[in-house]
Write a protein that binds this ligand. Structure first.
Ligand SMILES: [Zn+2]
Length: 310
């Protein structure tokens, strides 16, 4: 079955300055690589709707949502910084609303059985966005908004979020901590930005803080021990992925030594979990990954495994 590929033109207009690593070229690199890999014909493209205030408010304080609306500049070439490395330009509010809306559409599409899986090619990313703060290139927490939509609008009882971005998804953790309808599995370099996650106690969160230079063999061993048995016990009815590829060995944003095949492996494990428990339903949301060539190759492998042909 074809994979739903969800994006929006505004996600290519959101720009945080000429040299910011979280740049529109990332989405072009992904598109180019999917065409080159022959995967394009296996995708069905969707334009993401904008998330509504009510959908955002499942994860964020209304005052924060209003602050983002108020902060968005009206003029071209103006940036409003909401933290040291996260800014809004004229198109960022639309991009953030449609990025969150992509996660929601992805959930709707897999719940309606029109697709077994969806990939959201979105920016800004989301996993550092907390209830009342944007940071680390993130404005709204796309994956948390998608998970809470699945629970509240579709009546699911158990949703898993798997976050393999190299940075700890501190925003997702803050939003879903203690909500036992959601099991969050997060792996990240530690100690490293944003510094959190190593001493998390919430019973619905399984964090894997891993040292710099973690390679594929060490990563697999950690995931097989800490995550897979718990995920099988939890039996999620839907799996969402915070899909960050900045742990790739060529990505100098961080210091993991993962390769395309390792991202293929974790995606294959997730797909098999979904086959066992969630009628294959997976919604993957783009987070990090900043070296364009490596990002394109990783996404190509990721999507190939989500489709399930590999
Ligand atoms: Zn990251």
């Amino acid at each position: 079955m074809n994979l739903a590929f969800i994006s929006h033109p505004s996600c290519r207009e959101h720009r945080m300055g000429a040299h910011h690593p979280e740049c529109p070229e990332r989405l072009y690199a992904i598109q180019d690589r999917l065409i080159a890999a022959g995967l394009e014909m296996l995708l069905t493209h969707y334009d993401a709707p904008a998330a509504s205030i009510e959908q955002l408010a499942r994860a964020h304080d209304r005052a924060y949502i209003q602050m983002i609306h108020d902060a968005a500049p009206q003029a071209e070439d103006v940036l409003t910084w909401i933290d040291g490395d996260t800014a809004l330009n004229k198109h960022s509010l639309a991009a953030a609303l449609h990025a969150a809306g992509a996660a929601i559409l992805g959930v709707d599409l897999v719940m309606s059985e029109r697709h077994h899986a969806a990939f959201c090619a979105i920016r800004p990313p989301g996993h550092h966005a907390g209830r009342a703060k944007g940071s680390g290139f993130c404005i709204f927490n796309n994956v948390a908004i998608g998970a809470l939509h699945a629970l509240d609008a579709h009546g699911l009882e158990r949703v898993a979020i798997i976050d393999f971005d190299v940075h700890h998804g501190d925003g997702t953790e803050e939003i879903i901590s203690g909500d036992e309808r959601i099991l969050l599995c997060s792996s990240f370099q530690h100690p490293f930005y944003p510094g959190s996650g190593a001493d998390t106690q919430a019973p619905n969160i399984i964090n894997l803080p891993l040292p710099r230079l973690t390679d594929g063999a060490a990563y697999k061993a950690a995931v097989e021990t800490a995550w897979l048995p718990r995920l099988d016990d939890f039996a999620p009815q839907l799996i969402l992925i915070s899909a960050g590829f900045d742990g790739h060995i060529e990505d100098d944003m961080a210091h993991f030594n993962l390769r395309e095949a390792d991202y293929g492996w974790i995606t294959r494990e997730i797909h098999q979990l979904a086959r066992r428990h969630s009628q294959e339903r997976v919604v993957s949301c783009l987070e990090g990954g900043y070296v364009l060539s490596a990002l394109g190759r990783c996404i190509s492998t990721h999507i190939d495994e989500l489709i399930g042909h590999a």
